[in-house]
Design a protein around this ligand. Structure first.
Ligand code: PMP
Length: 398
């Protein structure tokens, strides 16, 4: 019956998590693989604002009816306020269709299915490199995926001119998947000026920008990290935005995200909204209630919102501190090398430039786990392990 079914090789990042969990070197092992924020104590945090929201929601316990296909209205509003800014003209004009989704992954899937249905000839281009699941999700939706030049290993920056030239060669309605902030896996972002240039090309060539924002608040701040999104809307672009609350609310397992589509008119936005609901209906029907309620409660209560932003900035600042410590320690050990990229990159990740062989040595000899492409999750570092990790890296670089 299932002889023809091929084995699944497993996800490289999630597979690494299993290896880490089974590693008996409990006294020294360090997990810098998966994109998860850990506290200074190496724990997954439960944010204070989430604790407060959850106690409000639990008293009295709510009945658990189905949510609407597109999620709670307050949740959808929260996505819009955060991404586009309060009082955004397009939002006020009813030109933005927003639905709650199962995490950022769910938003990408619903968006990809919608694109495949309504732009059947569109190809999707992702940055080289990108988060691996971008490719899987778009290919899984039946869309051909290509790569545009992005990361420049020589400068640990962006191949900006090549990227622009590549975009100029694409066809109308091709999709370009962009990371508005905290690029995964490299940590290397475009400047605002570069965004202006790229968005102008996108507009001229009539490409479809699909912006995936999973780390809002971890780069500069809530507004600064949304620059590309807001600029695209200002320029009159019909942008798709997938957002995730997994990291900035530390609600990974609740599957909380959103998909927003900005349309030229209110009437088009309403039609798009209807089709997004239909897309949801035929995949999973409606989103989970608990996560929707938590996000709705935190984001629409002024005090809890303020507390939340403060907690995100605490996470951001701890990551920055770890970047600095890693850079300082490594620079002291190997003064002939330049480690300044650690503090230039933004967000949770750093592309370290370590080779697959060096990454394997880190794991085998030092129990330091990173993704084989050299991506390190800085949020797995803390004051107790940063020196150990720096020593280990220095050893494999010698
Ligand atoms: N986009 C990017 C760039 C990500 O890094 C991630 C999470 N690793 C996601 C989307 C998916 O987020 P979620 O876990 O909410 O599905």
């Amino acid at each position: 019956m299932f002889e023809h079914v091929t084995p699944y090789a497993g996800d490289p990042i999630l597979g690494l998590m299993d290896k880490f969990a089974n590693d008996p070197r409990t006294d020294i092992k360090v997990n810098l693989g998966v994109g998860v924020y850990y506290t200074e104590d190496g724990k997954l945090p439960v944010l204070e604002c989430v604790k407060s929201a959850e106690s409000q929601i639990a008293n009295p316990p709510r009945p658990r009816g189905y949510l609407p296909m597109d999620g709670l209205p307050g949740y959808r509003k929260a996505c819009q306020d955060l991404l586009f800014g309060k009082d955004n003209e397009a939002v006020k004009a009813g030109r933005v269709a927003t639905i709650a989704t199962l995490g950022g992954s769910g938003a990408l899937k619903v968006g990809a299915d919608f694109i495949h249905e309504w732009y059947p000839n569109a190809k999707c281009y992702v940055s080289n490199p990108t988060w691996g699941n971008h490719i899987s999700i778009f290919e899984g939706a039946g869309i051909e995926v290509g790569k545009y030049p992005y990361y420049d290993a020589a400068t640990i920056g962006v191949k900006f001119d090549e990227m622009c030239e590549f975009f100029k060669g694409l066809n109308e309605n091709d999709v370009v998947l962009l990371h508005p902030c905290c690029h995964n896996p490299t940590g290397v972002d475009l400047s605002n000026e570069q965004w202006d240039t790229v968005l102008t090309i996108i507009k001229d060539k009539k490409l479809i920008p699909f912006m995936d924002i999973a780390y809002q608040g971890f780069g500069d701040d809530m507004d600064g990290d949304a620059y590309a999104i807001r600029r695209a809307v200002e320029m009159g672009l019909s942008v798709f935005v997938s957002n995730s609350f997994s990291k900035n609310l530390s609600l990974y397992g609740e599957r909380v995200g959103g998909l927003s589509v900005v349309a030229p008119t209110k009437e088009e936005a309403e039609r798009v909204h209807g089709q997004l609901k239909f897309t949801v209906r035929r995949i999973y029907s409606s989103p989970p209630a608990h996560g929707n309620a938590v996000v709705d409660t935190v984001m629409n209560d002024a005090a809890l919102f303020e507390q939340w932003v403060g907690e995100v900035y605490e996470m951001r600042d701890r990551i920055r501190d770890m970047r600095q410590k890693l850079q300082d320690t490594l620079s002291a050990k190997l003064p002939e090398r330049d480690f300044s990229y650690f503090t230039k990159q933004r967000g949770m990740f750093s592309f370290t430039g370590l080779t697959a062989e060096q990454v394997v040595r880190l794991r085998d000899e030092f129990a330091v786990y990173m993704v084989e492409n050299g991506r390190m999750c800085i949020a797995g570092l803390n004051n107790k392990n940063v020196e150990y990790v720096a020593n280990a890296i220095a050893e494999v670089l010698r």
